[in-house]
Ligand binder design. Structure first.
Ligand code: ADP
Length: 596
């Protein structure tokens, strides 16, 4: 058996890459070609006509040729047709030379039928069997028409002997074919099992690799969160202190220095925010907060921003806004994120345009039966080479990074925009020609806000400074410097806060007297901000509850969620600026006013 296997292997039968049918055709052609030789000898000894042997020699040669060419898998079907074509054609003279209807030809038919059923695919089987039947019917009719062409054996013994030789040859051929077929089947099955095992293994490896990647990404975002925490805390002090300094009496030189300080810390803060933002987008940690937004107001603000930026840049640029008529006024979207994208695109367009102008355009478009809000920022600036359009959307990529050294970006803006647009299930697009200008656009699904949603969410926020002055605020902060700065900011607003320096004291203070708002640092000794909040919420004696705003250097979404889970109402990440704090306090007062 091993020898047979080796022989088969040597004949190319073990060519694992070629389909089983190719390998079968190969081996069958060889067997038939070789087996015809002893039959020819036997025929000669039995005194059968020489024409018969000439035909058999020809057949053997053709099958040997098919064997030779069957290496080439591209011509398998053609070879199969040759195989059976030669068989059918030669069967006609063989029929007559082997004694016709009463002769020894039937085992040939049987072998043909067997080979055909192995070699042809299911869809060709019926055609093949019908061909065989038609061939048989045709040849019988021919014999009935021309009975004189049928070869008569010398003796009845020779006829019997010929019959025996043909049956033995057919039997032998069929046995070899069965063995070969079985081997091929076993081999393929083993290969399948092995492939399955390899697949299972690589599946496990892939899962492990994915886990490693997920852990690595987790570690990366934790590291970034930690880093931003460490950087934001001192930055908080710098921005707060410089904000306060700017509001005091200063001479011109001091004003310049404070301005420089504020600008540099704001650049630093922007870079930290960008890195943190990108890591959050990449780790899918950004959650969208969709709420009804007055889109016209949003775009008006964006136009104000663009005009301010242009004047700040000292460039002479036109600015135009084109809002399509059918733009619904109130839409549900994450205003902060949409604003972030537009601000980024407008800032870039001003940065990379020296003459001409900028257009901010917004319209409703239809794609796949769905309405989208498409916003475009079009400029007449330096443009981008076609082959760089994909690259600039990748993090940290800047065209001519060296020439933009005076700019504040680090090449993260577009990557963040694209990530945010993806998150909104929208599309981000760039069209640009060098020295002609660029169009950056993004389309997000259009969600029109209902009247109920508008009423529920867009409550008027009290904005009287007298309201602020009468607000009772508790400031819970353990860090002395932060305590000093936050209280100074509050005092600038006309608010005199009560101050405590840990969670325990905060809880006790709220229990003792009523506060409208508690500004609660999260990391504090004895009892942290989360624990203090839980205690306040759980205490039935504390009524009405204060509006609790977390103040923390941890800017990740999970931290925000932890605060909300503990029962806090709002969240401000450090550094806390005057504007940010004022805005959140006003918002808080608005919420309190609507409770009753
Ligand atoms: P940054 O502006 O901080 O360098 P961005 O991710 O916002 O990073 O932009 C990446 C690069 O894309 C920029 O460095 C600039 O080369 C190119 N780019 C962005 N906006 C424009 C624009 N409006 N015109 C020409 N080039 C632009």
């Amino acid at each position: 058996m091993n020898k047979l296997k080796r022989l088969l292997n040597n004949l190319g039968f073990s060519d694992q890459d070629s389909p089983v049918e190719n390998r079968l055709l190969r081996i069958i052609s060889l067997i038939v070609s070789v087996l015809l030789l002893p039959i020819i000898v036997a025929n000669h000894l039995l005194g059968l006509p020489t024409e018969l042997n000439i035909i058999l020699v020809l057949m053997s040669a053709i099958y040997a040729t098919i064997f030779y060419f069957s290496y080439n898998r591209e011509i398998t079907l053609r070879l199969k047709l040759w195989f059976f074509g030669v068989g059918y054609v030669s069967m006609i003279p063989l029929w007559f030379l082997n004694g016709g209807m009463m002769g020894s030809i039937y085992p040939f038919y049987f072998v043909m039928f067997f080979i055909g059923s192995i070699l042809f695919e299911a869809k060709h089987q019926i055609v093949f069997v019908m061909g065989l039947v038609v061939h048989l019917a045709l040849i019988i009719s021919l014999e009935l028409m021309f009975p004189e062409f049928v070869f008569e054996y010398d003796s009845i013994e020779n006829k019997k002997l010929d019959m025996i030789v043909t049956i033995v040859a057919a039997f032998f051929t069929l046995s070899v074919l069965l063995v070969v077929f079985r081997l091929a089947y076993e081999r393929d099955r083993l290969k399948l099992v092995k492939t399955q095992q390899v697949l299972d293994k690589s599946n496990i490896m892939l899962k492990e690799a994915k886990e490693v990647a997920v852990n690595a990404s987790q570690a990366k975002s934790n590291f970034l969160a930690q880093m931003s925490h460490e950087l934001r805390t001192p930055l908080n002090t710098i921005t707060g202190a410089s904000d306060l300094l700017a509001k005091s009496e200063l001479n011109t030189e001091q004003q310049e220095l404070v301005k420089l300080m504020r600008e540099s810390s704001s650049v630093l803060l922007n870079i930290i925010s960008d890195i943190l933002d990108l890591s959050k987008v990449e780790a899918s940690k950004v959650e969208l907060f969709e709420a009804p937004v007055d889109v016209i107001e949003l775009f008006d603000n964006m136009a104000k921003f663009a005009r301010f930026k242009i004047s700040e840049s000292n460039k002479v640029l036109d600015f135009n806004m084109e809002l399509s008529e059918d733009l619904p006024r109130f839409m549900k979207l994450d205003e902060v994120r949409v604003r972030q994208i537009i601000v980024n695109l407008i800032s870039n367009s001003i940065k990379y345009t020296d003459k001409g102008g900028i257009i901010l355009k917004s319209e409703v478009i239809k794609r796949n039966e769905q309405d989208y809000l498409r916003t475009s920022v079009i400029d007449t600036g330096i443009g981008i080479k076609q082959d760089l359009i994909d690259k600039i959307q990748q993090p940290f990529y800047q065209v001519n990074a060296s020439s933009t050294t005076n700019s504040t970006g680090v090449g993260l803006g577009l990557a963040i925009c694209k990530g945010l647009v993806d998150l909104m299930e929208g599309e981000f697009g760039i069209e640009s020609s060098i020295n002609q200008g660029s169009t950056f656009n993004f389309s997000i699904p259009l969600k029109v806000a209902t009247q109920r949603e508008i009423k529920k969410n867009m409550l008027p926020i009290p904005n009287e400074s007298s309201v602020l002055e009468s607000t009772r605020i508790l400031l819970a902060e353990d860090n002395q410097v932060n305590q000093f700065i936050l209280s100074k900011i509050l005092m600038t607003m006309g608010i005199e806060p009560t101050m405590v320096s840990n969670g325990e004291e905060a809880y006790a203070a709220v229990k003792k007297e009523h506060f409208d708002i508690v500004l609660m640092d999260v990391q504090m000794p004895k009892m942290n901000g989360l624990e203090a909040t839980r205690a306040i919420i759980a205490d039935d004696e504390i009524y009405p509850k204060p509006h609790i705003i977390a103040i923390t250097a941890n800017a990740l979404k999970e931290d925000e969620r932890d605060c909300m889970d503990a029962g806090m109402n709002d969240f401000i990440s450090k550094p806390v600026s005057y504007d940010k704090l004022r805005e959140r306090i006003r918002h808080g007062l608005g919420t309190i006013a609507t409770r009753f």
